[in-house]
Design a binder for this molecule. Structure first.
Ligand code: CUA
Length: 359
């Protein structure tokens, strides 16, 4: 799956990344071509619907660090290809030229000092060249320190993006402006996680009690998948986020929208849901700014309806999936800290209507 996500497509129309991955794995494992074909067909349908974020692809970088790392990888690949081709060519020559003839016996000679020196020097020079290229790239990756614009907090198993200076926080989805340096502090509240948007650049560990900094310049506008790159427990595989590179104007609009308090519900169902959510304890963990919900333990839900995923992209954000999630989060994401919302179905549906209106 190499699709780019249609920029205008609403989050809820996107297809679950986990579904894509299952697709990919199914295709690899399948004994027959039928499964592969079915997967391809479904993949093409998804592409046609323009409904998925770019699959992480380190060969198509969208940021400065990713591009430099790709170039380094390419240089090393070319150098080592030349080495491999040379060795194979010499090997083939020797095998053909000096193959055993019935009457001959191999001449027995001792080591040749000149040759020993030559084939020690050649690899040493190659290693030194690779070392210089790597160090140079590593130096280029270090951008000037311009202070962090936001803080990324790793939780088991979701992402918090805290824009303290702008007065808002969001979860599992973050926007940045293209062609401007992004610098973020990365921290963790529980175990070691690792911040990674493969097309932007390398991984940065998120370590409890320590503040690390990640910096790069996003170059290509688009929607990218971010993921946790350090095993962090049962749901490490379902700890993903959407990383959106906007034009500077779109980014400013996104910030302004995030700063707004929660939308006042309009539909009857949603209004009923607003009354329900205030009474069932969601506010113990979640915040919905402009209401009585002020929890900070779980994801901020103020603009939940505008986001594409549920439970760090365990599910895509559709009303049906949200109902599934509320009814039994442990079935979707075992060991996550979200408890089931034990309410009659009618009230669960009111909650769904309310949350989806929080655009
Ligand atoms: Cu967090 Cu792996």
């Amino acid at each position: 799956m190499m699709g780019t996500m249609g920029k205008g497509v609403k989050g809820r129309e996107r297809v679950s990344q986990s579904a894509d991955r299952r697709l990919g794995r199914g295709a690899c494992r399948g004994a027959g071509g039928r499964l592969l074909l079915a997967s391809l067909a479904l993949g093409i349908c998804l592409l046609a619907a323009g409904c998925t974020a770019q699959q992480p692809d380190i060969f198509r970088p969208g940021g400065s660090a990713g591009e430099e790392i790709r170039q380094l990888a390419l240089q090393i690949f070319i150098i080592l290809s030349v080495v491999l081709a040379t060795v194979w060519a010499l090997l083939a020559f020797v095998v053909l030229r000096y193959r055993r003839r019935p009457e001959s016996e191999a001449s027995q000679t001792r080591g040749n000092l000149k040759i020993e020196i030559v084939w020690t020097l050649i690899p040493a020079v190659i290693i030194v060249v690779l070392f210089i290229l790597t160090v140079r790239t590593t130096q280029d990756l270090a951008l000037p320190d311009s202070g962090a614009q936001f803080t990324v907090v790793g939780h088991q198993w979701w992402w918090e993006f805290d824009f303290a200076d702008q007065g808002f926080a969001t979860a599992n989805e973050v926007h940045v402006a293209a062609r401007r340096q992004v610098s973020a502090d990365v921290v963790s509240t529980d175990v070691i996680h690792s911040f990674w948007v493969p097309q932007m650049g390398g991984k940065v560990d998120m370590i409890p009690g320590r503040v690390n900094r990640v910096s790069f310049v996003p170059l290509e506008e688009g929607r990218y998948l971010g993921e946790c790159a350090e095993f962090c427990g049962a749901q490490h595989g379902k700890m993903r986020f959407l990383f959106v590179v906007d034009s500077p104007e779109e980014f400013s609009a996104w910030v302004r929208a995030q700063q707004q308090p929660a939308a006042v519900p309009e539909g009857a169902e949603a209004r009923a849901g607003a009354a329900v959510i205030a009474t069932v304890g969601c506010g113990g963990c979640h915040a919905v700014h402009g209401t009585s919900l002020e929890g900070t333990f779980g994801p901020d839900l103020t603009h939940f309806g505008s986001r594409g995923g549920i439970g760090a992209w365990a599910l895509t954000n559709t009303p049906e999936n949200l109902l599934t999630w509320l009814q039994d989060p442990q079935a979707v994401k075992p060991e996550c800290l979200m408890p089931r919302v034990a309410l009659p179905l009618a009230q669960q549906k009111q909650l769904v209507a309310y949350l989806e209106e929080l655009q």
